[in-house]
Design a protein around this ligand. Structure first.
Ligand code: AMP
Ligand code: MG
Length: 494
């Protein structure tokens, strides 16, 4: 049983990149959940993490040897408006660990008290948002979507004041990095080319080592981030996921989904769906996400133009070229994601024969028919596997529309003597989840937890751990909300 061995490379960067912080001591910490699978992947001792010293670290009560907690500085565009000074206002990067596979991981506490970047905030997290982030980020990992992870959730024994008094909690977030687009913007806004170079070299060495040997490394860095984010957003769309707060400070440089505030998975399909209470203009609606990711990447391109090349025009040119990779990378990933979801053979969707028009027809139809996004693909998968067609047809308001669409789908599907290929069916089963963290379930879990009943939380996390495996005893978790269960808005919880 041994405590983590930290190697804090970010803390070795220049002092203007961060502030050293001391997490606020939790008066009465309790471990709610420890992610043993993730601990193992990181090479951390689950036994130590669950010990008194482990819980002291996970709750921010006291730091083990080798930890060097820092709050990272960044800036960002929030809903399109420029905020020159942000930073970890309620998080502390405890340190980095090297996994058995040599991958470096950040171990960060979220909700561990005020930092020099807290502005008017209290630095705290309430229990609800911590459970929410645990559930959703771990579900995303189970779907194979790049994401920050949840190593643990603890209560602190310290109440936080929101609209009411709520139990305070800390989430231990694990990420390949906490560098964001906003980190680059922070230094660009200060014309600090030296810092931009140091940051870029750091990111290249840690995450994109292939860029180091390129003729123009910073252009290759930009292109790598562009591709990673294009792919990420296509994966979100494939799950009906709406991030909700795609500000540049919430777009991580490696392309992992970060910041699970007001995110949501939609139930009934609507391309313009928004859940976040603060997204009044629909800036980050489901279908807007590719465009917004691109908008964010333009801000990164602008920041990097300062250092890509000494010649300003050449720099801008190379940045444009890197940005131009977004659209094809996004399209290729969309084809792969939705091709698999619909059971289309890959050859069919490759090279110039993308499935855009089929998707557009299908999405318009789904919206008009008020169809649940996840159930639509789940039942289609069942139908493809030879189960009863009626289950699928029943999802539609209009049976004729259903039959017409099914005909269209069949025409588009590689059929071998009237049957979908085994390979295509397997693809559907691997990409169309049976279980998603539906809003109403997450809300119910939080409500129960506030009454000290954590069983629904543990059940939901367990079921979502294998979201493509049918678990008949949890049939209720497959279902969309009933009329009175619908949760139509989500909140940042800050
Ligand atoms: P978010 O909307 O969660 O991405 O947060 C935006 C900024 O506000 C980040 O710099 C956060 O660190 C900061 N922030 C959010 N909530 C709090 C809080 N309760 N206390 C201090 N800072 C916060
Ligand atoms: Mg954030």
């Amino acid at each position: 049983m041994k405590s983590p061995e930290f190697d804090n490379s970010y803390a070795r960067l220049p002092e203007r990149f961060f502030k050293r912080v001391t997490p606020e001591a939790a008066p009465d910490p309790h471990l709610l959940k420890l992610n043993h699978g993730l601990a193992k992947q990181l090479g951390l001792s689950g036994e130590w993490l669950g010990s008194e010293a482990g819980i002291a670290m996970l709750s921010g009560q006291s730091m083990p040897d080798g930890a060097d907690p820092i709050a990272m500085v960044y800036a960002g565009h929030q809903f399109g408006g420029w905020s020159p000074q942000l930073g970890d206002g309620r998080a502390a990067l405890v340190g980095e660990v090297l996994g058995p596979d040599g991958v470096r991981w950040d171990i960060q506490l979220k909700g561990s008290g005020r930092t020099p970047f807290s502005r008017s905030g209290d630095g705290e997290s309430a229990l609800g948002p911590v459970l929410r982030e645990y559930i959703v980020s771990e579900a995303m990992a189970a779907y194979g979507v790049p994401t920050t992870r949840a190593l643990a959730a603890c209560t602190t024994g310290r109440d936080v004041v929101r609209e009411t008094r709520l139990p305070g909690a800390v989430l231990t977030r694990v990420a390949q990095s906490h560098v964001r687009i906003g980190t680059f913007q922070y230094f660009y806004a200060r014309s600090d080319a030296e810092a931009l170079r140091a940051l870029s070299d750091y990111v290249i060495a840690r995450h994109f080592p292939q860029a180091a040997s390129a003729t123009v490394p910073y252009a290759v860095l930009l292109e790598s981030v562009v591709r990673a984010q294009a792919q990420l957003v296509a994966k979100w769309l494939g799950l009906g996921f709406i991030h909700g707060v795609m500000n540049t400070d919430n777009m991580q440089i490696v392309g992992e989904t970060i910041d699970y505030g007001p995110c949501a998975f939609m139930d009934v399909f609507d391309a313009n769906r928004v859940f976040s209470s603060i997204d009044r203009s629909g800036r980050y609606a489901w279908a807007q996400q590719p465009e917004m990711a691109f908008w964010n990447l333009k801000q990164l391109a602008q920041s990097l133009s300062l250092i890509i090349d000494a010649d300003e025009i050449r720099s801008a040119d190379l940045a444009q070229q890197a940005l131009a990779c977004f659209s094809p990378a996004f399209q290729t990933e969309m084809d792969a994601v939705f091709g698999a979801k619909f059971g289309f053979e890959l050859e069919e969707t490759a090279e110039g024969d993308d499935i855009n028009s089929f998707l557009q027809t299908t999405f318009s139809m789904m919206a008009l028919q008020h169809i649940d996004f996840t159930l639509f693909f789940r039942r289609l998968t069942q139908l493809a596997g030879g189960e009863d067609e009626d289950m699928f047809l029943n999802l539609f308001d209009d049976l004729y529309v259903a039959q017409d669409w099914l005909k269209l789908w069949r025409e588009n599907t590689a059929q071998i003597s009237g049957q979908i290929s085994k390979q295509a069916l397997a693809g559907m089963q691997k990409t169309n989840p049976i279980y998603i963290p539906r809003n109403h379930r997450v809300a119910q879990v939080i409500e129960a937890a506030l009454q000290d009943d954590f069983a629904p939380f543990h059940r939901l996390v367990d079921v979502l751990n294998t979201p493509y495996t049918h678990q008949p005893e949890h049939a209720d978790l497959e279902l969309p909300p009933s009329e009175d269960e619908i949760v139509s808005q989500t909140f940042c919880g800050t």
